[in-house]
Design a protein around this ligand. Structure first.
Ligand SMILES: [Zn+2]
Length: 269
């Protein structure tokens, strides 16, 4: 359990120090693997069963470490038991209960629909090999959704791929673009899960980004690379715009060199 706590302290601290998690912005969830799951066996429930907004049989019986609603990611390092909690999903995937955390009283992040619905898809698409999901507010990714007209998945992905030569290796399936939707809503949760079923990153217009990975490091790393590319892109725009850029031939060559399976449709835009 200490290793689990150390991991979320590291990731949340890194997010806060990068300026991705102002106030109560940003949230993290980690599905517990077998070993970590068992570490919470015998913990008496700290709450009754709370109904989930819709049935999620794909994650029935699973346990998750989730950051708390209204809590600040920057405070997890000093008080993990107050700012995070471990929830357990019932055997039908219809309700959850608290096993540990959110001291003295609290609840999971208001973005829980996006997290849990995405975990259903992540578990499925990776054959139960991926466990982490992060939502956060990196400045440059958000700024890009204001600065570029008519953004959609293909144009955003291509812009990021062209802005930093590592991007196509880190997210060869691209970044899904989601037009603005209300934070915490089921519509946003469903659209995010749908996006995450196809790609490992989803940008929320005017709001932030979501990323998944095998572990917190991988999810964080994908977001970090996208944010770096967005920052470079904005600097280039501020410097008068790109005078040259990575060509499609060069992008395909990078992907081939690293044996990445590309979403070829991105080149259609
Ligand atoms: Zn947010």
């Amino acid at each position: 359990m200490q290793k689990l706590i150390d991991e979320i302290k590291k990731t949340s601290g890194d997010m806060a120090r990068r300026g991705w998690a102002e106030s109560n912005g940003g949230n993290i969830s980690l599905r517990l693997n077998e070993e970590r799951f068992q570490a919470f066996n015998g913990f008496p429930p700290k709450s009754g069963w709370m109904k989930l907004p819709m049935a999620m049989p794909e994650i029935a019986g699973e346990r998750f470490l989730v950051t708390g609603t209204g809590r600040f990611l920057r405070n997890i390092e000093v008080a993990p038991e107050k700012n995070t909690g471990v929830i357990e999903i019932d055997q039908k995937g219809e309700a959850c209960q608290l096993l540990w955390g959110y001291e003295p009283a609290g609840a999971p992040t208001s973005e829980l629909p996006a997290h849990l619905l995405s975990h259903c898809r992540i578990k499925e698409k990776t054959n139960n090999q991926s466990f982490a999901f992060i939502h956060t507010h990196p400045n440059s990714v958000i700024a890009l959704t204001y600065a570029v007209a008519n953004l959609e998945t293909k144009s955003l992905t291509r812009l990021l791929w062209q802005s930093h030569a590592e991007c196509i290796v880190v997210f060869p399936q691209g970044v899904e673009f989601l037009p603005w939707m209300m934070a915490g809503s089921m519509d946003l949760g469903k659209a995010t899960a749908d996006a995450i079923s196809r790609r490992n990153l989803a940008v929320w217009q005017f709001h932030g980004i979501c990323g998944c990975g095998r572990n917190l490091d991988e999810a964080f790393g994908r977001i970090d690379v996208a944010e770096k590319a967005a920052e470079i892109c904005l600097r280039v725009m501020a410097a008068g715009g790109a005078k040259q850029t990575l060509s499609d031939v060069q992008l395909r060559a990078i992907a081939a060199n690293f044996k990445c399976s590309l979403d070829e449709a991105i080149f259609d835009c």
